[in-house]
Write a protein that binds this ligand. Structure first.
Ligand SMILES: *Cc1c(COP(=O)(O)O)cnc(C)c1O
Length: 415
């Protein structure tokens, strides 16, 4: 469900024609629908309401302040993975008591900043990190609330680059060392054990691995309580997939919610969720303009657009699929084209062999479902200023991140 629809042959975001945004803001531009984002936020919270829960949006999926502020308004907390993300959520008005700090390596200054802010919990991923956090907390005369991220070692069918629960993964502490790690945490007087955490991967398209992981975490939580730890939070991470127009159809949020409520029955803890992609993926498109059509060898045709892998890395990085749609399709026979960017890399192919209405210079197209890990993974590769971001609200829109300028490209550099 999203609010990007054709009206008399032209693609709109809510009540705003995308052509108008392109005219006024230029391209490439990420266009977010606030109605879609709000809807997803509410659907998710309704899906898990059978549990005592706190939903913490995984900031790395799309970290724009306007999106964070909207989700804060919807009652979301935040899952952060860096000091920069802590800065962002505080700038967006987040309540620190709803912030969880994840990540396999955190600098001491990042730990200190989060302690100072008074976040809800640090999800620690190694024994060494527990010692580091304890050291920082001691220096600040504070007590750090910790959960340990355990690796539940469930097999998840997703792209290997985004599977995090394999036994070979760098993430989490192996389940068989968990109790010892908790003993260590309990012995460190500057730490306070508050929970247990896991996160099994991203773009997961079935409920089963979530259920398996939740059951393992539930069993561990009960065991840890018997060991004397005060387990108040069970953090089950994020990772629920979204449909990209190709590949398996992920379960609906209410199916996921019901299955998790069942798997966690009797755990008697607040359940933390860290959804990212699910909330923002189809709340945005990447709007881009055709620069030219080019004939390759044989019958191959390319549409070269002004967005590239630096703007949307997912196709190059994970071979990800994004649906392509012309904003105002021309009449006439369709053509099969590769949609490519101008960057000097063979992997700069945004979409391969797509049947599209004939495209000419100046035509607008969108890559759909681009909200998650789109702008957040963008770079300035090839000295390309990063795209603008626009948030649509009904019949209005505003630029929530200005297009970078050439001056931005050299900011901080000297000759
Ligand atoms: C990336 C990440 C998430 C969010 O994953 P999605 O697939 O976007 O839902 C949640 N928790 C942690 C620890 C993460 O690293």
């Amino acid at each position: 469900m999203n609010h990007f629809r054709k009206r008399s042959g032209e693609l709109f975001c809510e009540e705003v024609p995308l052509a108008r945004i392109a005219r006024e803001v230029g391209t490439p531009t990420y266009v977010y629908s606030s109605a879609t984002l709000r809807r997803h936020a509410r659907v998710f919270q309704r899906a898990v309401r059978g549990l005592d829960f706190l939903a913490c949006y995984a900031v790395k999926a799309a970290p724009n302040l306007a999106l964070l502020a909207l989700l804060r308004e919807e009652g979301f907390g935040f899952d952060i993975v860096s000091g920069g993300e802590l800065y962002r959520v505080l700038r967006a008005g987040a309540e620190p008591s709803k912030v969880v700090f994840s990540g396999v390596g955190k600098r001491r200054d990042e730990l200190a900043a989060a302690l100072k802010a008074g976040i809800l919990q640090f999800n620690c991923e190694s024994e060494e990190e527990l010692e580091q956090l304890a050291g920082v907390a001691r220096g600040m005369r504070r007590t750090a609330p910790v959960a340990i991220r355990v690796n539940p070692e469930v097999d998840v069918r997703t792209h290997p680059y985004i599977a995090t629960a394999l036994s070979t993964s760098k993430f989490g502490i192996p389940a068989n060392r968990a109790r010892a790690a908790y003993r260590l945490a309990a012995q460190l007087p500057d730490l306070r054990v508050v929970g247990v955490a896991c996160h099994i991967g991203s773009q997961i398209s079935e409920v089963k691995p979530f259920v398996e992981a939740a059951k393992k975490v539930r069993t561990l939580a009960l065991r840890l309580r018997r060991d004397g730890h005060d387990i108040r939070h069970v953090d089950v991470g994020g990772g629920l997939g979204v449909p990209y127009g190709e590949g398996p159809e992920p379960p609906a949020p209410h199916v996921y919610g019901r299955a998790l409520a069942e798997a966690l029955r009797g755990v008697e803890a607040k359940v933390l969720f860290e959804p990212g992609r699910l909330l923002v993926a189809n709340a945005a498109v990447l709007l881009t303009r055709v620069l030219l059509q080019k004939r390759g060898a044989g019958t191959r045709k390319f549409a070269v657009v002004d967005a590239a892998m630096n703007d949307l890395l997912r196709p190059a990085l994970y071979d990800a699929h994004h649906e392509v749609e012309a904003v105002a399709p021309r009449r006439g026979p369709a053509e099969v084209v590769d949609l490519v960017g101008p960057v000097c890399e063979s992997t700069d192919v945004l979409a391969r062999a797509r049947k599209l209405p004939k495209l000419r210079e100046g035509d607008l197209v969108v890559l759909r479902t681009a909200g998650a890990y789109g702008m957040s993974m963008s770079s300035q590769y090839n000295a390309r200023p990063r795209a603008a971001e626009v948030l649509v609200e009904g019949d209005r829109f505003r630029v929530v991140r200005q297009r970078e300028t050439y001056a931005d490209l050299v900011r901080g550099e000297t000759t």
